[in-house]
Design a protein around this ligand. Structure first.
Ligand code: DAH
Length: 341
């Protein structure tokens, strides 16, 4: 008969010597695997004389249960030890005094641009990207500003030669889009624009966002509704807007749009220079000539357009008096307006 006792001791001794999870897995397969010792005993049971079978069967089974339980205990202990080793190696010292690396934050100009974009995209406008280097045609002529027009003087333009220039307004985006896409259309065109202007409220590079809606039956009321919603979204629910008559060659009629002062609510304060109102953009109904220039029939379609100066809004909201602060990249300045830093 097999010496179950000595097999038992031999196996338990081996188990004692095991020190890794890998080793125990190997040992288990030498016991219980296909050609394992315990498996072998079970297999040979059938060759024993019938009268020995019950006792031998019980002994072998007891051995199997005992060894398997011992393996489980050892396995768990090794697993726990492995976890503890890893934890000890990965230890994080929460008391250590390391310099904090500050996280970047959105620039005030990007905050304004993204907020405006959110509003208009939420209202079905597409975002259109138009070139910064333009031709005279797109920046002026197509917008109803012919070569000798005095309105050109208001936009001190950087001419590059070869008929090219740095766009002085994002309004060129209107023409470029209308040439490609037939109405109905709703778009905003944010981007950099350039003028030879340099003082505390003007920079040679600044930012605008153009807006354009063209469809059948678009009226000045639609323009007012769109801008009213926009002003409330940016400056708060209580904000009111007002239109003042103005002139732009590419819109007829044209308006200058003011919002009630978000600081004093309209009573008059330093921010609104005691007027209760802050001018924020120019707008109007798209001039028939501009629609015609883009191949759109002005007897069928009407549109409104507006152009917002983003730097101006950022300056008003951040209460800064020099546009250069937006460009100097002084983190002490920028941090004051950082959201989520
Ligand atoms: N392009 C004008 C500017 O830079 C702003 C403007 C006014 C845009 C009226 C418009 C508009 O679309 O309708 O001064």
């Amino acid at each position: 008969m097999y010496d179950i006792q000595s097999i038992r001791e031999q196996m338990l001794a081996k188990l004692e010597g095991v020190s890794t999870e890998r080793e125990i897995a190997d040992l288990k397969s030498t016991m219980f695997g296909k050609s394992g010792t315990v498996t072998g005993l079970m297999r040979e049971l059938k060759d024993l004389p019938p009268d020995q079978k019950p006792r031998a069967g019980k002994e072998i089974n007891d051995l199997r249960v005992e060894l398997s339980a011992a393996c489980d205990v050892k396995e768990k202990a090794l697993h726990r030890a492995a976890i503890e080793r890893t934890l000890a190696a990965d230890e994080i010292d929460l008391t250590i005094d390391k310099p904090v690396r500050s996280v970047g934050a959105e620039h005030p100009l990007n905050q304004i641009r993204n907020k405006l974009t959110d509003y208009f995209v939420g209202n079905g406008y597409i975002v259109y990207d138009s070139p910064e280097i333009e031709t005279d045609y797109y920046n002026f002529q197509a917008l109803n500003i012919p070569p000798d027009h005095p309105a050109r003087d208001m936009q001190d333009t950087f001419f590059l030669g070869n008929g090219l220039l740095l766009r002085s307004q994002t309004s060129c985006g209107q023409v470029r889009l209308m040439e490609k896409v037939k109405p109905p259309l709703k778009m905003i065109c944010p981007g950099r624009v350039f003028r030879n202007d340099d003082d505390s409220s003007h920079s040679p590079v600044f930012h605008q966002m153009e807006g354009l809606v063209v469809d059948k039956n678009v009226t000045l009321c639609d323009l007012k509704g769109a801008l009213d919603g926009f002003a409330k979204f940016i400056f708060g629910e209580k904000t009111r807007i007002r239109f003042r008559p103005s002139y732009f060659p590419f819109t007829e009629p044209s308006v200058e749009v003011d919002v009630s002062c978000f600081n004093c609510g309209g009573d008059g304060c330093r921010v609104c220079k005691n007027t209760g109102w802050i001018e924020i953009l120019g707008a109007g109904m798209v001039n028939r000539k501009v629609l015609e220039n883009c191949g759109i029939d002005p007897d069928v379609y009407h549109g409104f357009a507006f152009g917002v100066g983003l730097d101006r809004i950022a300056m008003i909201q951040c209460a800064i008096d020099d546009i250069k602060h937006l460009w100097e990249n002084d983190v002490r300045f920028l941090r004051q307006f950082a959201k989520g830093e």
